[in-house]
Design a protein. Sequence first.
Length: 257
Amino acid sequence: MKFGTIASGSSGNCLYAGNEDTHILIDAGISCKRICEGLKEFELDGKDIQGILITHEHTDHIAGIGVLSRKFHIPIFGTEKTLKAIAGMGNLGKIDSGLFQPIRSGQVFSLGSLTVDSFSISHDAADPVSYILRDGSKKLGMVTDLGYYDEAVVDALKASNLLYVEANHDIHMLQAGPYPYYLKRRILGDKGHLCNEMAASLVNEVMSDSLSRVILGHLSKENNYPDLALAAVKNEVADSLQIQVAPRDHAGLLMDL
């Protein structure tokens, strides 16, 4: 299985995972044009995508889903409440309801030759989930957009070969920054986002002999720096781990698990 980021950050998120015969997007929070440009970097096209896994209905995760689904007729997977929220949005254009494929948190299903699992996360959305993908013995764990993690999140991510995890903000930058008080409270709250230190803590709890690479994602443009997030996590975890930060505005490396 391969994994790559097309966009990662508070201004838009789109991830790719797949193998020789199955190609999946996780979220579509940038324009269809940018998604297709990113896929081209991976020698793929929109018509190759067999499904879009949606974590939740916030704009930075679904902005391109209307055009993308209409152009390529791609099935859209998400929890029932998430899909209902998306269907009710007027800024995405008409989406064929037949493309919506409701799932339940914890439901395991096949998408092509990949196995998909999901787990609930704490975020201020209708019914947010994150996803785990398996290809034979290989496991990809992904989690962003959560104000805190618990034992259930750790258990879901354990034994991952690659972990994509949120390192949204530096607490001091956020507290001293220009955001209004209510927004700072939201980000720091239990339904907000993980800071750099919490990302490091989660990585340590998920750590196993299986885990060899960590990708830090969903960084805030205003409240974090890639080097700051990278240093904060590297200072707290084993030297044996490969750790890098997902690019914000262009496709990252296509990695083998």
